[in-house]
Design a protein. Structure first.
Length: 554
């Protein structure tokens, strides 16, 4: 009695090629299965076929093959019946949450099952306690952070007590501690006899709960189906991010040349003049409590700033002040020395480009080409410049050739990259990205991060001399992204900046990181072990490195 997939193929009506091509595998009760693979390889489509959304909600495509859910052919089941057997946590929680408050959201599925009121209340309380979100039960869902929404979506699924749970990138919006807690719960569910299937790019985290089954997909096919040890040795470490020790071992064994990657500027090279400055900023939503307290910081030319910290800490709230989407309740935000209160959002958008956490908040046009032209057209760029910027932006995010496709028909990871490209086409002075690696495999995000970093201007170069970006800030729960690219890290917790400095200064204090719900990764541990070997000659500051670069240190 398993979930059995046999010779499964699927072709979306608006896609040139099949998204799934002859897949066969099975997922067993009592096991955790990890599904990995590049963005757009068909992982989410496989989940949609298993949970019945294809062909019942996604219509018009060509489906062939068979899926059995514990002995029942899904073709003979209604979507309502399948949803009682299979619980699914979608990649984008914005598309899953329907209620206005957290308690009602968790109760939604239970009410549709017609359960007694007392049992519904008991299940809500129990599930909220399991996920450590009891404090959120009275909150309005639209005021939650992305990570909090992810936990609430998971709670709504678990409260229904399905026989199998499918999770599409459940860690993307969760801080490391919350991710670890969620994975421990998945391990517990599997040990209790539930089939748990996890699609994830953060492979190292999932490996910590010892998945019994691993599947690797490429271009709609399964290219590996076996145990975790075999996965680590068979997949290309340049395509998906593996534990640092595995990468270092494989790079050394292959005798590869030191990989070239874009370098952030050292602190000694960063400009002295502030582009954006926060002065004693305090902020709260509507009549609610203050969520930012006495924020004092600045963004300077040449800086690549990573904001890290727990879910609900205020990271997105802080950076939205730079684009005028939030306005200080007290204090000031200055852009080039001008109080942002005197500037409109449209005026600020010429200087600051903001990539939202959820691409559904940004994408709306019928084609990718029109999507990427919308912003630059509205700030007055000419047609020739727009066309050039569009080509360059699509090359940066490795989506050349998608110009005539509907952006919302692409995979979540591809949608995220289109939302990044839509900001790059405007050529802002500062690029701000909220969770840029959500939905991204390692190869894709290193490609666009390298390209963005390589186009940053130095303090001595004027905008006329060299087009590009003056500063980059990104919010991330992927600590390795901060390690690899940032030259400055801000640790935010409880609405305050608790640490701000070079990666070495902030990340060396691992006890402080743990207090802020951030667990050291294998890459951080490898970098800390190599501290005395990785300071460039003549520079005072340390340079953190990727695992491949660390492999060549003596």
């Amino acid at each position: 009695m398993t979930i059995r997939v046999t010779n499964l193929s699927y072709h979306y009506r608006n896609q040139r090629e099949r998204t799934l091509d002859g897949l066969s595998t099975e997922f067993k009760p009592g096991e955790v299965t990890l599904i990995a693979g590049a963005s757009g390889c068909g992982k989410t489509t496989l989940i949609r076929c298993i949970n019945g959304l294809i062909p019942r909600s996604y219509t018009g495509g060509e489906l062939s093959g068979a899926i059995e859910l514990f002995g029942q052919d899904t073709a003979a089941l209604t979507l309502a019946t399948i949803s009682q057997i299979i619980g699914t946590v979608l990649q984008d929680p914005e598309k899953q949450i329907v209620a206005s408050d957290v308690t009602s959201e968790i109760a939604f599925g239970l009410e549709n099952l017609g359960l007694p009121r007392d049992e519904i209340r008991e299940r809500i309380a129990h599930t909220a306690e399991l996920l450590h979100i009891s404090n959120l039960l009275t909150r309005e869902t639209f005021l939650l952070s992305g990570g909090e929404k992810q936990k609430v979506a998971l709670a709504g699924v678990l409260a229904m007590r399905p026989r199998a749970v499918l999770l599409d990138e459940p860690l993307a919006s969760l801080d490391p501690a919350s991710g670890r807690e969620a994975l421990a719960l998945m391990r517990h569910l599997a040990d209790a006899g539930i089939a748990v299937v996890i699609i994830e790019h953060r492979i190292e985290d999932v490996l910590a709960i010892h998945p019994e089954h691993c599947v690797y997909m490429s271009a709609g096919r399964i290219t590996y189906d076996g145990d975790a040890a075999g996965l680590l040795q068979s997949v290309d470490w340049r395509e998906i991010k593996l534990p640092a020790s595995v990468v270092m071992q494989r790079v050394r064994a292959a005798g590869m040349a030191v990989p070239h990657r874009a370098r952030s500027k050292s602190p000694e090279q960063v400009g002295s003049k502030s582009i954006i400055e926060y002065r004693q900023v305090g902020f709260g939503y509507a009549d609610g409590p203050e969520v930012l307290h006495d924020i004092n910081c600045a963004i300077r030319r040449g800086e690549i700033i990573a904001l890290i910290g727990p879910n609900g800490a205020g990271k997105s709230t802080l950076l939205k002040h730079a684009i005028g989407l939030n306005r200080p309740v007290r204090g000031q935000v200055l852009v080039d020395g001008v109080d942002s209160a005197a500037l409109t959002v449209a005026q600020l958008a010429r200087a600051v480009g903001f990539v939202f956490q959820s691409p559904s908040h940004m994408l709306f046009a019928p084609t990718v080409r029109e999507e990427l032209a919308f912003g630059p057209r509205n700030i007055g760029l000419d047609a020739e410049t727009i066309a050039l910027n569009t080509d360059n932006a699509l090359a940066t995010v490795a989506l050349t050739g998608t110009e005539d496709q509907p952006p919302l028909a692409l995979s979540f990871g591809q949608q995220k990259r289109i939302s990044i490209a839509s900001i790059l086409t405007m050529n802002p002075r500062i690029v701000i990205m909220d969770e840029p690696t959500a939905g991204q495999d390692y190869a894709n995000y290193t490609h666009f991060m390298d390209d963005i970093v390589s186009h940053m201007r130095t303090d001595a170069e004027s905008a006329n001399a060299k087009p590009g970006f003056e500063a980059l800030a990104f919010i991330t729960h992927d600590l390795d992204l901060a390690i690899t690219y940032a030259n400055r890290i801000m640790l935010v917790a409880d609405g305050r900046i608790v640490a701000d400095g070079t990666p070495e200064e902030v990340l060396l204090d691992t006890a402080r990181l743990e207090r802020c719900r951030i667990h050291p990764t294998s890459l951080l541990e490898a970098n800390l072990a190599a501290l005395n070997k990785t300071t460039p000659s003549g520079m005072q500051s340390h340079r953190f490195m990727s695992a491949a670069e660390l492999a060549f240190l003596a």
